[in-house]
Write a protein that binds this ligand. Structure first.
Ligand code: URA
Ligand code: CA
Length: 438
């Protein structure tokens, strides 16, 4: 097989065989196929697309390029969730313990934050002592004991994706739906869960700006997962404003604890999205027969405190000091040198937000990283004081910045001011949950 012939075939818009796709991924992972040929192939895929069958073959070939987690020793249906990357998206810290409290088995592998989006591992590490780099044995032991644990992906999980993503990043081939879907799904399949709920974000803070693109990506990921023998559902959710009010690691832990304490109203966007993700996990896990039954169970686990207790256990078993989740001690995690309000420049209604800008503001304050491996400050970030649809007077706070290092303070402040749109006329806020694909 000559790889140039395979590139040519794809560039001519033809469908690649399973064998050709396997040859490509094996060759690229082993270093036999050079970067320039793979770059050309990625561009051909970006331009000509792939069928669901090709995308599934690509995903499975990528999955087998490295370690594949074996969770078969754990009983029942192993549940996972995955977000395509949001701002103020602390849903995992809420949903994972809640689903476990409902009897689910949640074995979750998470990532770190990059660019304007946050990562669950960084949030967990904001709680002193919490270890997200446990051995597979210890991970499974915790899941078996309390139904939930969250760890980082192993170093050798889908090496083909690490190499391809770095290449795509510098060859304008990131924005290809089959390449994104296979990148995400190869990691999810290699993580070993039987049932996966995806949260595909769309809007100004998301990878997929347009809803139709988000739906296409969601549809393809569900098809890939199903063809690979897993149960998959995808919620399409709105990123035209941050999901929670908090953006920053300890600040988002605090907001998750607030929700699990029953202190966040049920019509709040974060509450709403947590319910849709959690309910779909319960249904896939065979723990509820309908959306209504699933949501009722989740609510019960919030108001009884069982969900919060489960989060305590999880932190404790992962080596963290769970007493930091108590109301008085959690303040220690978000203690900063200065808290600075960003005033509204004018009167009016909040009609929209540039969510990415708000994520960037938090990053500028030290809550996120621009490049892999950069250090972050767990305490800093910002807490929004407004949502879409709110009325403000000039001078009212749009957000409160939590600041330790003032180097980028002016830039962060300006970023918040220009990322919240204020107009004279009220506009009905968009719904947060735009659909579920199964
Ligand atoms: N996230 C991924 O993991 N891969 C992509 O290609 C895009 C987003
Ligand atoms: Ca939040």
């Amino acid at each position: 097989m000559q790889f140039t012939d395979i590139i040519e075939k794809k560039a001519d818009g033809k469908e690649l065989s399973t064998e050709e796709i396997r040859f490509m991924i094996r060759g690229y992972t082993d270093g036999v196929i050079p970067d320039y040929q793979m770059a050309s192939m990625c561009m051909a895929i970006r331009q000509c697309g792939m069928t669901a069958r090709e995308s599934t073959d690509l995903t499975i070939a990528m999955m087998h390029s490295g370690d594949v987690a074996d969770l078969s020793d754990l009983p029942g249906i192993k549940l996972d969730k995955h977000s395509t990357g949001g701002v103020g998206d602390t849903t995992t810290l809420v949903v994972a313990p809640l689903v476990a409290a409902c009897g689910g088995t949640v074995a979750k592998m998470s990532g770190r934050g990059l660019g304007h989006t946050g990562g669950t591992l960084d949030k967990l590490e904001a709680i002193p002592g919490t270890d997200v780099e446990l051995s597979m044995e210890r991970f499974c032991e915790i899941v078996r004991t309390i139904g939930v644990a969250v760890i980082g992906q192993s170093e050798n999980l889908v090496p083909a994706d690490k190499k391809m993503y770095a290449l795509r990043d510098v060859t304008a081939t990131v924005r290809s739906i089959p390449l994104i879907a296979s990148s995400i799904m190869s990691k999810k399949l290699a993580s070993g869960a039987n049932a996966i709920v995806l949260d595909v974000k769309t809007g100004s803070g998301a990878f997929m700006r347009r809803q139709d693109e988000a739906e296409e990506l969601a549809r393809l990921m569900v098809d890939i997962g199903t063809m690979a023998g897993r149960k998959v559902r995808a919620a399409i959710t709105n990123m035209n404003q941050p999901l929670g009010m908090a953006i920053g690691n300890a600040l988002e832990v605090k907001e998750a604890v607030e929700l699990l304490s029953g202190n966040i109203p049920e019509n709040d966007p974060l509450f709403e999205v947590c319910m849709v993700l959690g309910a779909n996990m319960l249904e896939l896990g065979g723990l509820a027969r309908s959306k209504e039954e699933a949501e009722a169970k989740l609510r019960e686990k919030i108001y009884s405190g069982d969900g919060l207790r489960r989060l305590h256990w999880m932190i404790d078993m992962q080596g963290g000091d769970a007493s930091y989740l108590d109301p008085d001690r959690i303040e220690e995690l978000v203690a900063v040198r200065r808290r600075i309000a960003v005033p509204a420049p004018r009167d009016g209604y909040v009609t929209g937000m540039q969510t990415e800008g708000l994520g960037i503001a938090a990053r500028l304050l030290g809550a996120g990283r621009e490049t892999k491996g950069q250090a972050i400050d767990p305490a800093v970030g910002l807490v929004m004081q407004v949502r879409c649809g709110y009325h403000v007077d000039a001078g009212d706070p749009l957000a409160v910045l939590y600041v330790n290092d003032e180097r980028n303070l002016d830039e962060a402040e300006a970023m918040v001011r220009t990322s919240v749109f204020i107009e004279d006329d009220y506009r009905q806020p968009e719904p947060m949950v735009l659909g579920v694909i199964e």
